[in-house]
Design a protein around this ligand. Structure first.
Ligand code: MRU
Length: 310
């Protein structure tokens, strides 16, 4: 199963809005379709957004659209995951045609995740219970995943591992995507409300935390909102807190505190399971990501090994 595939000069995407109940696909035959799919979360997760953006550029090229103009539009799809900007710039600066460069990124993503898994499996002990937040799995990449790739690799190395997924309000990527992926793999998994992880840590029920990242810059890591609170609770309980991410997620130029944090529609918070849970018209603050300062991070698992935060 691949999150995205290039077939018949079109981009085929798993429709992640329909999981876990339906495994269906959306086809993009022009670059603007890909932009819509990134905006409406058909495809999400930093590496997957990056590779999709690469194929958006390839489609723009096939359509005969000016690539500088397409690049501006693709970069405006979502603001936080640096992989999107990295992928568009890579196509623009490539000596090859846009499609060849996009296909290269697609292949590299799969190899990168397996390398992250190999290094990450070393920090997992037999019998560990590991907490993750949001979905840094196959569905957030071309396949295999970063944080969930570490769990796959640990299991394949013969280690027993139990995974606990935060539900990840408001959009529920932990519940709908990470739990589903772990069940497909027959890796034991339990779902918890986001607010429960501190209590579970206090009860000795969590050995390690492994999450993904949308941007790693000077001073820390940006990832799905809620990651920072998990890191604080982990520090309090002396539980190792790892981030698994490829080098395409690094932004060495800026301070992490200068990252643009996406603010999403308030209805994601006002409604739960289709029903409004607050008085009509309630004002909402809905940041999609937060910043975990480097002091709270034990290590970053990359495709080249485990390193300190920058
Ligand atoms: O809003 P999303 O679903 O795109 O956010 C995804 C995350 O925050 C992931 O943890 C991150 O992109 C890492 S994916 C390997």
């Amino acid at each position: 199963m691949k999150t995205l595939e290039w077939e018949d000069n079109k981009l085929k995407l798993i429709d992640q809005r329909k999981l876990p109940d339906e495994l269906t696909y959306v086809w993009c035959d022009n670059y603007r379709d890909v932009i819509v799919a990134i905006k409406n979360m058909t495809v999400r997760g930093a590496p997957a957004i990056g590779v999709a953006a690469g194929f958006a550029m390839a489609l723009a090229d096939l359509e005969g659209v000016d690539l500088q103009m397409a690049a501006k539009e693709v970069k405006a799809a979502r603001p936080t995951a640096v992989n999107l900007f990295w992928a568009v710039d890579r196509v623009l600066n490539s000596n090859e045609d846009a499609l060849s460069e996009a296909l290269k990124m697609y292949e590299e993503d799969m190899a990168t995740n397996r390398a992250i898994g190999k290094y990450g499996a070393e920090i997992i002990d037999d019998g560990d219970t590991v907490l993750t937040h949001c979905n840094a799995g196959a569905l957030a990449c071309v396949d295999y995943g970063t944080a969930l790739g570490v769990f796959r690799a640990a299991r394949d190395a013969g280690k027993n591992i139990n995974v606990i997924c935060d539900e990840t309000r408001p959009r529920g990527q932990g519940a709908s995507l990470s739990v589903w992926e772990m069940q497909q793999e027959n890796i034991p998994v339990k779902l918890i409300p986001d607010v429960a992880s501190g209590y579970l840590m206090s009860q000795g029920m969590i050995d390690k935390v492994v999450i993904g990242a949308d941007r790693i810059a000077k001073g820390g890591v940006v990832n799905k909102v809620g990651s920072f609170m998990v890191a604080l609770a982990a520090k309090h309980h002396d539980i190792p807190f790892y981030v698994a991410a490829p080098y395409s997620t690094f932004d060495n130029e800026i301070s992490i505190f200068d990252t643009v944090i996406e603010e999403r529609d308030g209805d994601e918070v006002r409604y739960y399971g289709g029903a409004r849970i607050c008085p009509e018209g309630t004002e909402v603050i809905n940041p999609a990501f937060d910043i975990t300062p480097k002091e709270l991070i034990t290590g970053i698992i990359t495709e080249k090994g485990i390193i300190d935060p920058i």
